[in-house]
Design a binder for this molecule. Structure first.
Ligand SMILES: *[C@@H]1O[C@H](CO)[C@@H](O)[C@H](O)[C@H]1NC(C)=O
Ligand SMILES: *[C@@H]1O[C@H](CO)[C@@H](O)[C@H](O)[C@H]1NC(C)=O
Length: 242
């Protein structure tokens, strides 16, 4: 009787095992759909977590960019494994052990560099299942002081051009006349991206030839509210038209 009972129990366990071990989607990894925007030199947190909040202490956690085999940060066997870390990130990354217990895989990245901009993948593997999420880093850069010059004159019409370069992310351009009226809707702005991902703007505005002062303000587009005071970077230029 006892033997037979044990035999049946065993059978049930065996038939359950494959179902359990191949079941996928028991947890997922969630990155951030909002980019992390900060200036060079800042310390940032790249958000990423496991959902539902199971502990990641015993998982393999890897943060990487283009190359899986050259991680930004690797955690394995309950410790950081930084011998194969991308040397650009040496000494600048950390995972929080207490956060890992809560399934929080967020990466702290210190002393942000312009070359840190881009998409980061956070990857977790528990032996059965692996999942990944993404977080994007934008390294904000204040561009050059804008300059206004006369672009062309055709009859009564003069066209001014305001230029500024070296921005990240893409800035906005605001034109005002002498009275401070926003005349941006009369302008035409083009943005170009250089090889380092920085943006140059050229904004054209047609004006009637008359005495007036025009100012061109180039500034970062409304960032996330908590960054506002820090990232409200702008440059302004004026031109007197006679
Ligand atoms: C100025 O006008 C432009 C275009 O009409 C608008 O998009 C922008 O928000 C305005 N900016 C300010 C500061 O009023
Ligand atoms: C803006 O520039 C483009 C390309 O040069 C041109 O096709 C368009 O008509 C311009 N718009 C205005 C309002 O000047």
């Amino acid at each position: 009787m006892k033997m037979r009972f044990l035999g049946r129990t065993c059978l049930i366990v065996l038939s359950l095992l494959p179902a359990v071990s191949t079941q996928r989607g028991r947890w997922t990894v969630i990155g951030s759909d909002q980019p992390v925007i900060a200036e060079a030199g800042d310390d940032v947190i790249l958000p990423c977590h496991i959902s539902p909040r199971v502990s990641a202490v015993d998982m393999k956690v890897r943060w990487f960019r283009e190359r899986f085999d050259k991680p930004v940060h690797l955690y394995l066997n309950q410790r950081d494994q930084l011998s194969i870390q991308d040397s650009d990130y040496r000494g600048r990354t950390a995972l929080s052990p207490s956060a890992l217990q809560r399934g929080d895989l967020s990466l702290r990245l210190r002393n942000l560099r312009p070359s840190d901009r881009g998409v980061y993948i956070c990857y977790a593997h528990d032996g059965n299942q692996y999942e990944e999420g993404q977080a994007e880093v934008i390294v904000a850069a204040l561009g050059t002081q804008p300059s206004i010059s006369m672009d062309s004159t055709q009859g009564e019409q003069t066209r001014l051009v305001c230029r500024s370069e070296g921005w990240s992310p893409e800035p906005e351009v605001i034109w005002r006349d002498r009275d401070g009226n926003n005349v941006t809707s009369l302008s035409n702005t083009t943005v170009q991206r250089d090889s380092q991902g920085l943006r140059s703007v050229s904004s054209y505005i047609k004006i009637k030839q008359q005495s007036n002062v025009f100012s061109c303000l180039v500034r970062s587009k409304t960032p996330k509210p908590d960054w506002e005071s820090k990232l409200h970077i702008s440059s302004e230029s004026h031109m007197f038209v006679d």
